[in-house]
Design a protein around this ligand. Structure first.
Ligand code: SF4
Length: 253
């Protein structure tokens, strides 16, 4: 069995084990009201995705619901016509702050609201409705604050957590984040921390849907492969991990 196939088998088993546990919108990272707000409001989904940087996922994805509570509205037309970026920043900054970078988030969020009004008739659902993954990713990347990594993650979440029908999943890359970079390096799947190399390695492991690898790798990173003191004995990947096998003088499968 080749290395990619072996890793895919381990990942498939692990995915079944964790099921919804690591899912942002189906698991227990958010409370029910926060979750339902994202699930039922495409505009809130975009704002959550924009907020998903430099803070824990639960903080980012709870931001839309909490921002709505602070503004007393989530009507983008009302907000754009009556409030400024400074007003949004004040609402995000209010203690407890909704994000580590209130100014940057307020700017990104305000611009996203304007874009959704102008390009999508005030309804972000038009970004992905009956679309191919490459188009959805390209559209998401057009928002300030949404990188390729976040566009890939957002498209994965639409499929995985919101059951949206998006075709051509082969275009959805793994979300190149801190956990994934660390694990790919430690496992010996890449020689250096380079986004293109990691995306390419993920495409080889799961060519039909590389983005599907985001969930198990992210979960392994949070639960076992910590930046310091990784819990290799408990890690489901240890049999195919270069670093672990080197330390134990075994050949990885
Ligand atoms: S075996 Fe250890 S180093 Fe390798 S991926 Fe698992 S936790 Fe990380």
């Amino acid at each position: 069995m080749n290395k990619e196939k072996e890793i895919r088998n381990v990942l498939d088993k692990y995915l079944l084990e964790i099921k919804n546990e690591s899912s942002i919108l189906k698991g227990n990272l958010l409370d029910e009201a926060e979750k339902n707000f994202i699930i039922n409001n495409a505009n809130a989904f975009i704002i959550g995705l924009i907020a998903d940087q430099s803070v824990k996922a639960e903080i980012a994805w709870s931001l839309p619901f909490r921002l709505k509570a602070r503004l007393n509205t989530f009507d983008f037309n009302y907000i754009v016509n009556n409030l400024s970026i400074v007003d949004l920043e004040k609402a995000i900054k209010e203690k407890p702050a909704l994000h580590r970078y209130p100014n940057k988030m307020a700017t990104y969020i305000y611009k996203a609201m304007v874009k959704i009004i102008e390009d999508y008739g005030s309804d972000a659902v038009k970004i992905w409705e009956n679309q191919s993954a490459d188009i959805v990713i390209k559209r998401l990347e057009e928002f300030n604050g949404i990188s390729h990594k976040k566009a890939s993650l957002g498209t994965l979440l639409l499929i995985r957590d919101l059951n949206k029908i998006i075709t051509n999943k082969q275009y959805i890359d793994i979300a190149y984040d801190v956990h994934i970079r660390r694990i790919f390096l430690r496992m010996g799947l890449v020689d250096n921390d380079n986004q293109n190399n990691i995306l390419e390695a993920a495409r080889k492991i799961n060519p039909g849907f590389p983005g599907e690898l985001t969930t198990p790798f992210w979960s392994i990173g949070r639960n076992f492969c910590h930046a310091t003191n990784p819990e290799c004995i408990r890690c489901p990947f240890n049999n195919c991990c270069g670093e672990y096998n080197k330390a134990n003088e075994k050949q990885p499968v």
